[in-house]
Design a protein around this ligand. Sequence first.
Ligand SMILES: Cc1cc2nc3c(=O)[nH]c(=O)nc-3n(C[C@H](O)[C@H](O)[C@H](O)COP(=O)(O)O)c2cc1C
Length: 184
Amino acid sequence: MRAVVVYASQTGFTRRYAEWIAEELGGEAVPVERADGIDAGSYDAVVFGGWLHAGGLVGKKWLARARAAHPRTPFVAFAVGATPPEWADMVDEAMAREFPSPELDGVERFYLRGGFAYERLSLPNKLAMKMFFKMQEKQAATDPRAAEMLSGMRGGFDGTDRAAIAPVVARVRELAAAKGAEQA
Ligand SMILES: Cc1cc2nc3c(=O)[nH]c(=O)nc-3n(C[C@H](O)[C@H](O)[C@H](O)COP(=O)(O)O)c2cc1C
């Protein structure tokens, strides 16, 4: 099977997931900034991973473009955020918004927990986070999830877990095998 993993990552958590997935699939992990030269149609499956930035999936434009150009290639995407996966209402809401229909119909999607590393953020994102912390402080008084998010982010954390990629890898293998069977 030939697979490629394209990823958008600022502080390295999404890149780590992309590299783990690529290693499992025996393919390459390519940053989205270098992905324009990739012929997505030449792969049995394309995996895309992007991080959540104020609810927005970074790299989504590349995904939508590649998807539109290669409707017969299986696409599997994963979004990486600081939100704990157990907060299903928040995760579901972000996923539904960031994988809109019809552009991303048929793109299989997963959510994986990343981490938070303030010191590795760009300056604009550091400033955005300072504002976010202020907002969260107010909310934290009445909202226990805001309080938990705030303390996790303030201290920094690494929530990546290699075991969490198993369903992503399994789905890529299934879709690539189905594509192979169709062509045989
Ligand atoms: C400005 C900013 C906004 C963020 N917004 C969200 C968000 O809406 N939802 C979420 O779950 N995580 C959010 N995060 C956390 C990142 O998604 C998380 O740190 C992720 O692991 C970063 O991935 P990377 O290391 O690949 O860049 C935000 C982080 C920053 C800096």
